[in-house]
Ligand binder design. Structure first.
Ligand code: PHE
Ligand code: FE
Length: 283
């Protein structure tokens, strides 16, 4: 079976999706009428395959929140989810045509609005998708937005992103996103679990990240994370492990401005964890 990483847009390839539908803030209405039976069937199959893998691999917070997503036999309507999400944590999801630039992305998170790509992968892409689709965004990211601590953390990340942009530190901050919100692991009393969306929405990486003896699993350390480059087209060779959602919230609460300044002069680590000679890049 092919590997199933979610690969983010690259400069060589323009993002997929019809951006003429989007407003100035990049949001658009979910094109619900545009989904065909095949699309709903893809969602149902993806959901069922992934759900079967969750016990013993997904964090308790995620498992508890997943039913709040609602329908699993078709692509849910964003409004149905929003009724519940707003009541739970005052978040809402908004449709987007695909990947969006970092400043509009951070701005939406800062307003407690999570952008969800509305299109779904084709059946040919069932195991391998080159950018986030509605399944990755909903199944991977939205359940934890029902968790109050995680919900506040996502907003703090958005505000921090706007600041990092002013500091020219988006690359360092994006590594934090990558190694937590996308590929984070959490140690529970009963074992290692995933909470990152990129892991939870991938059948191959979910098993690998939690069970394989191949990758390194390091304790979560902000500075180490910010200095570690990442690969977008293969399973991770390193995961950073938190002990609780509260730990993530507390460790990211400090003002990062002085940290960015200091780290800029320190060497980076490669995606396999080995030290590099180059200093952390600004962006
Ligand atoms: N505390 C960070 C800053 O000052 C912002 C942040 C919060 C970043 C939460 C990530 C997650 O920049
Ligand atoms: Fe994602």
């Amino acid at each position: 079976m092919a590997m199933e990483p979610v690969i983010y847009g690259t400069s060589e390839r323009p993002p997929r999706g019809d951006y003429s539908r989007a407003g100035a803030d990049y949001t658009c209405a979910q094109d619900y009428a545009g989904y065909g039976q095949e699309d709903h069937q893809s969602y149902r199959r993806l959901y069922a395959r992934q759900q079967a893998l969750l016990p013993g691999r997904a964090s308790d917070e995620f498992l508890r929140a997943l039913p709040s997503l609602g329908a699993s036999d078709r692509i849910p309507r964003f409004e149905e989810i929003n009724d519940r999400l707003w009541r739970a944590t005052r978040w809402e999801i908004v449709g987007v045509p695909g990947l969006i630039p970092e400043v509009p992305f951070f701005s939406l998170l800062a307003q407690r609005r999570f952008p969800v790509t509305d299109w779904i992968r084709t059946p040919q892409e069932f195991d391998y998708i080159v950018e986030p689709d509605v399944f990755h965004d909903l199944f991977g990211h939205v359940p934890l937005l029902f968790n109050p601590v995680y919900a506040d953390h996502m907003q703090a990340y958005g505000l921090g992103g706007l600041k990092a942009h002013r500091c020219g530190a988006c690359e360092m901050l994006s590594r934090l996103y990558w190694y937590t919100i996308e590929f984070g692991l959490m140690r529970q009393p009963d074992g290692m679990r995933a909470y990152g969306a990129g892991i939870l929405s991938s059948p191959g990486e979910l098993r690998y990240a939690v069970e394989s003896s191949e990758p390194r699993r390091l304790p979560f350390d902000i500075e180490r994370v910010m200095r570690t480059r990442y690969k977008i087209d293969s399973f991770q060779q390193i995961y950073f492990v938190i002990e609780s959602v509260e730990e993530l919230f507390e460790k990211t609460a400090a003002d990062f401005t002085p940290i960015y300044e200091r780290l800029r002069r320190l060497p980076e680590f490669s995606p396999d964890g080995s030290p590099l000679r180059t200093a952390a890049a600004a962006s």
